[in-house]
Design a protein around this ligand. Structure first.
Ligand code: NAP
Length: 527
């Protein structure tokens, strides 16, 4: 019997006899390998190593961390086709999707490598002393961002690479100088173990302290709960359900020393269709949205699950075309029978609610774990009165709300929970005419889109992937792009500290040649 193991730092370990297997949703069969559930001894050891590693890693020069991150990217590339095959066998996703996601993962790692090599991300700020200031002399104060400590990362089921073992959370935390312990996602443990092996190799090649990274397997919530409760863990990154993210957030805040949990969770991503979009482009938007709703079997956190428009013949026509178009699209495999089951239950729960009418539904026979897309519609008053209709159905499903007028549309937006994205379809001039609606939407979301679709999250410095609760647990941060590093750091000040003992980022000579805020002016000059 082959047994998948945990990485406790650079040591492969399986002290527990409890094992589990991953599942291939395409063949509807379990995969062969048994993975060893992480034991309490392994959890303790991983945290102990991470704590020791932090003492060295937290002040490691950016150039060295950059080499580490670039080497992780190289090692992931070197895993080649084997990893792609394991990815597909554990997720039901296509080879093309696997290759795209690998590209995104590597791009993220290299972006953080570039960021920490350049170094200005630490936001160095210097206020020099003024002994002659009256009536009180001014002291020398210098500030920069410093890492929090060991971080626990929970990988996402829907992104086995880009938001899992070496995904955005891990890359950002390592870049910040925080050791990472991954609680591997049980649906793609094999992919996780391969990626973990790449990180461990890269750590050895680039001289990182042992314990800078560990990977723990688990098919139940206990390992994650123990990690979040561990006193030496200082922050948590999570992508998944509201129930999971909220449970971890509550655990973290009840600890004797509460810690931050950056959870990216549910969202229905409202799309507001202004009258001219519905009147002039209803056919185009219906076709575009049929594709966006079914993309990746709807298993994206930015999937458009709620379309809002003002009642009338044009909106009815849009609903008809959308419903016809969506059933023309071939269903695709979902990630796991549990996700497919949750999708079917969530869809049925909505369809059972008062005032809901199903206008499009793929009802032809399909393979076991494929998701049947559906479109439903409801009147604005029913939607406002029933919070169940506001919940995310994770999968290829969307609801069109037919509002009485623009006042009701605005009221509906104001009653929505926080969202990752909001989209406005219309003509430029309508943004002014419906500014109250646009402003209400802006107040509920992390990113607003004009005449497009919310699916597709660009990895770049200006991206905000987050939003008011429950889209995320902290709307002040993004989970995507280089600025996501800010989740894993805290500001720290040195007062009257001798120049020779300051970190390079704050020294008078500015040896790193970084951009700093010196006495109220942004500059790369020395003091
Ligand atoms: P999940 O159930 O939230 O689980 C994600 C991770 O968190 C898993 O590793 C899970 O561990 C752990 N976890 C969950 N609840 C926990 C708890 N109470 N205490 C400690 N750890 C906990 O998400 P999932 O399995 O990836 O997918 C299930 C549902 O999540 C989907 O149907 C969908 O609704 C939603 N989802 C949303 C997004 C999004 O971006 N919005 C992305 C993916 C999934 P174990 O699995 O080992 O129990």
């Amino acid at each position: 019997m082959i047994t998948g193991k945990n990485y406790i730092g650079n040591l492969l370990s399986s002290t527990s006899k409890v094992t589990f297997k991953t599942f291939n949703p395409q063949t509807n069969l379990e995969n062969e390998i048994d993975y060893s559930e992480a034991s309490n001894i392994e959890i303790e050891k991983a945290v102990e190593l991470a704590t020791a590693a932090f003492k060295i890693f937290r002040s490691m020069p950016g150039v060295k961390k950059s080499k580490f991150l670039n080497e992780i990217a190289n090692e992931i590339e070197a895993l080649g086709d084997n990893m792609i095959q394991v990815y597909c066998s554990e997720s039901g996703l296509s080879k093309e999707r696997a290759l795209n996601e690998r590209g995104r993962t590597i791009f993220q790692l290299r972006s953080f490598a570039k960021l920490v090599e350049e170094g200005s991300w630490v936001e160095a700020s210097i206020d020099k002393s003024d002994p002659n200031r009256q009536p009180i002399p001014k002291v020398d104060i210098r500030k920069m961002l410093v890492p929090l400590g060991p971080v626990v990362v929970f990988g996402a089921s829907n992104f086995p690479l880009a938001y899992s073992t070496a995904g955005g959370d891990t890359a950002a935390a390592l870049a910040a100088g925080c050791p990472v312990i991954v609680k591997s996602h049980p649906m793609h443990t094999g992919t996780g173990e391969l990626v973990a092996s790449a990180i461990i190799k890269a750590a050895a090649t680039t001289g990182m302290p042992n314990g800078v990274f560990s990977n723990l397997n688990s098919n139940g919530i206990e390992v994650g709960v123990s990690l979040v409760n561990h006193p030496q863990v200082k922050a948590v990154g999570f992508t998944g359900s509201i129930a999971g993210g909220r449970a971890l957030y509550d655990i973290a805040s009840k600890r004797p020393e509460p810690i931050p949990v950056f959870a990216e969770m549910g969202s229905v991503n409202p799309v507001v269709m202004l009258p001219k979009a519905v009147k002039q482009k209803k056919n185009e938007w219906a076709k575009t949205y049929a594709k966006s709703i079914t993309l990746g079997s709807g298993q994206f956190c930015t999937n458009p699950g709620l379309l809002l428009g003002i009642k009338g013949v044009d909106l009815s026509h849009f609903i008809q075309v959308l419903s016809e178009e969506i059933v023309k699209i071939e269903p695709t495999c979902m990630l796991h029978p549990a996700i497919k089951g949750a999708f079917e239950n969530g869809k049925a729960k909505i369809q059972d609610q008062q005032g809901i009418r199903t206008t499009g539904s793929f009802d032809t026979a399909i393979a076991s774990n494929y998701g049947r897309q559906a479109i439903v519609t409801v009147e604005g008053a029913h939607f406002l009165a029933n919070k169940t209709l506001h919940q995310e159905v994770f999968g290829p499903f969307s609801m069109v709300v037919q509002c009485e007028n623009s006042q009701q549309l605005e009221e509906i937006i104001e009653h929505l929970e926080g969202q990752l994205t909001g989209t406005v379809l219309g003509e430029k001039g309508e943004l002014k005419k419906y500014e109250k609606i646009v402003s209400a939407l802006q107040n509920r979301v992390g990113r607003i889109i004009f005449n497009g679709v919310p699916t597709g999250v660009e990895v770049c410095a200006s991206m905000v992937h987050g939003g008011p609760y429950p889209a995320s647990t902290d709307s002040r941060f993004t989970a995507v792009g280089i600025n996501s590093i800010k989740r894993w750091v805290r500001p720290f000040s040195f007062q009257s500290w001798p120049d020779s003992s300051l970190p390079d980022a704050l020294k008078n000579e500015n040896p790193l040649r970084i951009s700093r805020y010196v006495d109220g002016k942004q500059t790369k000059e020395k003091n």
